[in-house]
Design a protein around this ligand. Structure first.
Ligand SMILES: [Zn+2]
Length: 159
């Protein structure tokens, strides 16, 4: 009866013939990892929806700095998904943070107490993680390649 089940599984899958045959072959071999892959895909899609809801929850701005560029914003889990999977899609477990501040929180350098921002300070300058851009870029010890800088400037001006 295995032969009769094969085509049923095949028909239930959407996609191209090669993918269907690959899935069928894996099932015949007793490999059910395709189900796990499907679960991961669903979880990824769920995370994307969660990110969008978290960003909207903060008006598409970093909760701790003025960054409001969507490409630089992330949904940051307060309770990490690795330990608290059941809270992975809860909007009340998400902060909208720019990538910099997301990393800072994950490294234990930034945390909120209500609306109070707690953050580490630079040991020499006393400056924290919440200052916005410098008025001028730093001058590096080894100068930057002009063509490399021009490449990025051209990208910016093409927007
Ligand atoms: Zn930020």
């Amino acid at each position: 009866m295995v032969a009769a089940e094969g085509p049923q599984i095949w028909k239930s899958q959407s996609g191209d013939l090669a993918t269907g045959l690959a899935i069928t072959q894996q099932l015949v071999n007793g490999d059910t990892s395709m189900k796990l892959l499907d679960t991961k895909t669903k979880r990824r899609q769920g995370q994307q929806g969660w990110r969008n809801r978290v960003l909207a929850n903060f008006g598409t701005e970093c909760a701790v700095c003025p960054t409001g560029v969507p490409q630089l914003l992330e949904g940051a889990h307060l309770l990490p998904v690795a330990k608290f999977q059941e809270r992975g899609l809860a909007v009340d477990n998400g902060l909208c943070l720019c990538r910099n501040h997301h990393r800072a929180m994950d490294e234990g350098l930034l945390a909120l107490d209500g609306r109070t921002i707690h953050h580490r300070f630079h040991p020499k300058t006393g400056l924290g993680l919440t200052q916005s851009l410098r008025s001028k870029a730093l001058i590096p010890q080894i100068g930057l390649a002009a063509d490399a800088l021009a490449y990025r400037l051209k990208m910016l001006l093409a927007q």
